[in-house]
Design a protein around this ligand. Structure first.
Ligand SMILES: Cc1cc2nc3c(=O)[nH]c(=O)nc-3n(C[C@H](O)[C@H](O)[C@H](O)COP(=O)(O)OP(=O)(O)OC[C@H]3O[C@@H](n4cnc5c(N)ncnc54)[C@H](O)[C@@H]3O)c2cc1C
Length: 429
């Protein structure tokens, strides 16, 4: 059986960031990835997807993209960037290796991981298997309805869908971009819109990533009350434009409220569309006001942008919403469920999950000593699941592992209790 100090499971940005910090600390480790490095950027994203943030922002601190800093990297460019980044410091990543189980050693420290290529013993395990693991497709429309249904992670391009209209359910960054692309390709498109935040793409010459940064919002430690599941609708597509539901409606997309029950070919929609649009508008306008206040407080010389405050009237589909839609009569042949992802830690057989299977942890340090999580949504702050945020969380976890190794080093130097106990801070070595 192979032995290592730290086993990192997952070779996406989280696993790479973890490996970088462990490498810096001289900690022996192995990263195992069941597919290829950054696989989710390669095959779980649609062809035209670009990063939500500009290249100067959506990156690790240690390397820039080979792009105009204000451009938005394509999904393959992000994958190549992460691959090159890992190669730069010689990250010990093994691809094509799946971890099928991790168990705590009985009566001894450390863990035993069974992989598709043998067993690995490790003192510490970092689960870096992603914030978005298992596509969630609500079981609403039965297969017998004869409608082609896919999750947004399986959407690649308009041509893969059968001829006809498309219902896109979910108006986060994925749903709005997919709906926009389908409409531009000439499809009849319906978009079910739930609660969302929609920051301005840019305001007064600065990208929204800048505004969320300087206003401390990426660092927010917990979601605002009741906002745990509120998605951010942003897009870097077409050079980057604010997600504007009025523009989407003007392009011919029919906006609907949240999708509800289905019966006899008819899908119901909640009467919440106007409310959701208004809450998104309030979020948008609130950010403009906070940006204005920041500019004034700091005496910045950034051009005023009064037009950004003008939203225009709500479109008819918002003021007189459709509450029931006969899918066949509306010509809908496909549904794209842009309804998010769940987690699957079935392979991690340790006692650190709540009754709903969610990790119990504090900033990624799990309730099972020696097990760490990385890349979770809101792991330590809003930015945790994003490229730049995960790097900082990885640094923190590497520090926590070093602290535990310090205690172990003390144990090794003092194998019995009979020896004199010297004062120690437990600091890392
Ligand atoms: C559509 C979309 C667009 C996004 N756009 C941006 C963006 O523009 N900017 C940004 O900062 N963030 C973006 N994100 C968020 C985030 O950056 C990505 O989700 C990113 O892929 C998360 O990286 P990760 O390393 O944490 O997880 P993942 O990329 O999901 O990597 C986890 C890896 O673990 C592997 N794995 C899982 N289980 C096992 C196992 N048992 N054994 C071995 N390997 C395993 C998987 O194969 C996978 O490669 C986006 C997310 C989505 C869904």
């Amino acid at each position: 059986m192979e032995e290592t100090e730290v086993l990192v499971v997952g070779g996406g940005q989280a696993g790479i960031a973890m490996s970088e910090h462990l490498t810096r600390g001289g900690v022996p480790h192995i990263v195992v990835e069941r597919d290829r490095v950054a696989e989710r950027w390669r095959s779980w994203r649609w062809d035209s997807l670009v990063a939500n943030g500009p290249a100067w922002h959506d990156r690790f601190p240690g390397m820039e993209f080979d792009l105009d800093p204000d451009a938005f990297a394509g999904k393959d460019e992000v994958a190549e960037y992460l691959t090159a980044y890992a190669a730069n410091f010689g990250a010990p990543i093994r691809t094509g290796v799946e971890v099928t189980s991790v168990r705590k050693n009985a009566g001894a420290p450390g863990f035993r991981a069974v992989t598709s290529q043998g067993t690995i013993a490790a003192r510490y395990v970092v689960a870096a298997t992603g914030p978005f693991q298992t596509p969630i497709v609500p079981q609403v429309v039965p297969a017998s309805a004869g409608i082609h249904q896919i999750h947004s992670s399986a959407y690649h391009r308009p041509g893969q869908l059968p001829e006809g209209g498309v219902l896109v359910v979910g108006a986060g960054s994925s749903g709005v971009q997919i709906a926009d692309e389908l409409r531009a390709s000439g499809r009849e498109v319906f978009l079910a819109v739930g609660p969302h935040d929609r920051p301005p793409r840019s305001y007064r010459g600065r990208d929204f990533c800048y505004w969320l940064g300087v206003l401390g919002k990426w660092d927010a430690a917990t979601p605002a009350a009741g906002a745990e599941h509120v998605t951010i609708a942003v897009s870097g597509a077409n050079g980057g434009r604010t997600v504007d539901f009025r523009r989407l409606a003007a392009s011919g997309i029919t906006l609907l409220g949240r999708a509800g029950a289905y019966a006899d070919g008819v899908l119901a929609f909640a009467p919440d569309l106007a409310k959701n649009i208004a809450a998104g508008d309030a979020n948008y306008l609130g950010l403009l006001q906070e940006a204005d206040a920041f500019i004034a407080r700091n005496g910045l010389d950034l051009p005023e942008e009064p037009a950004a405050h003008v939203l225009g009237p709500d479109p008819l589909c918002v003021t007189d919403p459709i509450l029931q839609l006969d899918l066949e009569r509306a010509g809908i042949t496909s549904i794209v469920w842009a309804t998010g992802f769940g987690a699957d830690y079935g392979w991690l057989e340790v006692d650190t999950f709540d009754e709903r299977g969610r990790p119990r942890h504090q900033r990624g340090v799990s309730a099972e000593p020696g097990v760490y999580f990385l890349g979770l949504p809101w792991q330590s702050r809003r930015g945790s699941s994003f490229i730049w945020g995960v790097w900082h969380d990885a640094k923190y976890l590497a520090d926590q592992i070093a602290i535990q190794r310090g205690y172990r080093a003390y144990d090794d130097a003092h194998p019995t209790a009979s020896e004199p106990v010297l004062a120690t801070t437990g600091a890392s070595r």
